[in-house]
Structures are given as structure tokens and as C-alpha cells.
Design a protein around this ligand. Sequence first.
Ligand code: PEP
Ligand code: MN
Length: 263
Amino acid sequence: MSENPYKRSSREAKKEDTIIKIGDKSLGGGFAVIAGPCAIETEEQIVETAKAVKASGVDFLRGGAFKPRKSPYTFQGLELAGLEMLKVAKVETGLPIVSEITSTKFLDYFERDIDIIQVGEKNMQNFELLKALGETRKPIILKRGKACKIDEWLLSAEYIMDAGNENVILCERGIRTFETAYRNTLDLTGIPIIKKLSHLPVIVDPSHACGSSEFVPALTKAAKSVGADGVMIEVHCNPSEALCDGEQSLTPAEFDELMREIK
Ligand code: PEP
Ligand code: MN
């Protein structure tokens, strides 16, 4: 039998599901919900959103401060100033915080102050970044590149794990197919497949998968049905005014209704 290419992430390497503990919360071994705005815009915005999603029973707060946009002429995020606002929201609510890293430049800051570091789909194969994250012991949400196969995704997880950090959470966020009626195609088939191949927690981002808030509840329930360990959902208090991804963001009221349905 040929050697399993997934030396650390495979079920052969470890039979039991990996459960990553973050304070009194965990990823893996249950259905976790991460929610918050695509981008941090102001302190009031992130704190208000954090309080709203907390009241609905969310486990983790997300907020992007480094936004890798396809156009350099669109909002790029508030960077470190944004992360400072996210920290205020953490203090106000007690929610652990998730934010995307785009380079190693601010790795020390992320390592010190951010509870879960997100690697976006555009950086799934930024191997130098993955190796550097492997030197830390932080939980890393590794999003699947929109044109990457499951084997490439798992091998990217291996880069982090082989460098010493076993705390990897895989996030399916939709892939690019021939379909243009919606933003991306959520690869639900991939979820049970990866759960069979790997012991790592796997979550789903229904917001980027469909690009429209209307379909986020259905995809969230679908993700739960196929065995995902959680979801990451974009929520904005005023989606039509959002600086990024408003069309796919739930309002706090819509999010609250969804939380009631899935609990
Ligand atoms: C995001 O989570 O806001 C994001 C940019 O996601 P992705 O990397 O999946 O596009
Ligand atoms: Mn987004």
C-alpha cells in the first residue's frame, strides 16, 4: 500500500476527531457558530454586532481587518486599527475572536491577541505563510481555495501541521464552477469525504458560498446535515451600507432566527 500523503491530518495518523479548545468553547465535536461582519468598519459597528450575535448564542466573533479584495480600489480593511476594535468587542462580550491574516508582517500581533487566525481562500497555498503559522500554536481556520482540490487543501493543512501546529480547522467556502447564478458552488459532497479522510474539524462558510443572504439559512442547515462541525456566517447591522459583502450578510434579526432553527 502506498504511503498516505496526509501524514498528520489523516484518520490513519489519528483515528478520533480532533477537538480544538479555545477557552470554554471548542471547534470539533459539536456544531459551533462563528459570526460577525465581513469587515470591521468602526468600533460601534463591531461592538454592536458582537453584542447582537452574542445574544443569539454565537460561539465566536469574526471580523476582517485585512481584506484581500480582488480590486485594489475597494475597501481594504482597517488593518491594525480594526483589530484593536475587534479586541474591544471581545472585552465587551467575552467572545473569542477570529480574524484573517494576509502576511507574516503582523504575525506577532495575531499570535498575541487574536484567538483564531483565519487563512483566506486566496492564501491557501501561500506556503511561507502556512509554515510561519505552523510555528505558532494558534488555532488556524484554513479556507479552501476556490479552485483547489480536496487533496491540495489537505496538503496545505499538512504544511501547518508539519511545522508543529496541529490546531487546524478546515473551512469549505464554495468553489468556482461553471455556474454563474450564484457566487460560488458549496461543495457539500466534500464534507463527508474530508471527514472520512481526516480527523480535523471541518466548518462551512455559507455566506461566501452563495453570495446572497437569502440562501444562507438553507446552506447552514445543509452543512449541519452533512456533518460539518460548524459554520462561519457574515452578519451586519445594516447590510445595504456594508463596506464589504453586504449582499450576503444576515441582519442580526435574520441571524437570530437562524440560530433558533439550528439549535
Ligand atoms: C472572508 O471570510 O471575509 C473572506 C474574505 O473569505 P474568503 O477567503 O473565503 O473569500
Ligand atoms: Mn466576506
